[in-house]
Design a protein around this ligand. Sequence first.
Ligand SMILES: C[S@@+](CC[C@H](N)C(=O)[O-])C[C@H]1O[C@@H](n2cnc3c(N)ncnc32)[C@H](O)[C@@H]1O
Length: 295
Amino acid sequence: MATDTRSRDTRPPATEAAVSEDREFSFSTDDYAYLRAMLKEKTGIELGPTKQNMVYARLAKRLRKLGFKTFRDYIEFIGTPAGVDELGTTLNALTTNLTKFFRENHHFEHLGTAALQEVRARAVSQGRRLRIWSAGCSSGEEPHSIAITLLQSMPDIKQWDAKVLATDIDTEMVRRGSEGVYPAASQEGIPADIARKYFEPHGADKVRVTQDARSLITFKHLNLIGNWPMKGPFDAIFCRNVVIYFDKDTQRVLFERYANLLVPGGFLYIGHSENLFGITERFKLLGRNIHRKIA
Ligand SMILES: C[S@@+](CC[C@H](N)C(=O)[O-])C[C@H]1O[C@@H](n2cnc3c(N)ncnc32)[C@H](O)[C@@H]1O
């Protein structure tokens, strides 16, 4: 059941004393406990007890900008109707968005070879339809890597109904992803021929993913622990480096829902430090965190 994070404590004054006095804004352990519970309830993300300084650093600039003197005032504001937009900004600030192009490249190699071979085999009886979901896409490097892989591996892609869905809970990441503009330095590690073919200069020190790759992707704001409007089925789902922040029960529900949305034999790619042991029996591990739906 959802925690009611709005029924805030009647904190003993002693807790206030625990707040570091040399900080610009007071931030008690109870304030931190409130923000942790709220983040868990709204996003599934669990912050460890030791992340209080990180949360302070990420939110202090919001307090400064809005003129709040304490975290308690800020927390009270985001719980009011007037604070709804700011609540979104709070959640954006507390997500971890680290990503890069072709991160864990073996997944893209698998997609462009073995996975697409199976998609082609299915197309003989089911038509040329291809659907891939990048769930927890951050600023778009992952879905753009998927789109580039498809363009590279499918010379006949124009004859396919091929789409990549890219979703994230962080609205700012979704905005950036759909723009497809990145610092030139983000191309480090991408083979030069791919960089030349799929990125074009965009102002000083920036590049933009080319239109043919961008046009394969639809970016949407979506909470993985909320309702999903899409019906699938997907041929492959990338959900990498997302569930490390979720507890086991949240992961159980999520992987069950992924299995339900994948075609029989469809592929699930998860991050290098994630695993499905004790979470679900509906996938078979093929190696390097590539899983096949078996049930
Ligand atoms: C570390 S990034 C991973 C990005 C990319 N998948 C990769 O592996 O490079 C994790 C992303 O998951 C998103 N995320 C966390 N909780 C989420 C939720 N409940 N619903 C949707 N996205 C979520 C975060 O906003 C963040 O952008």
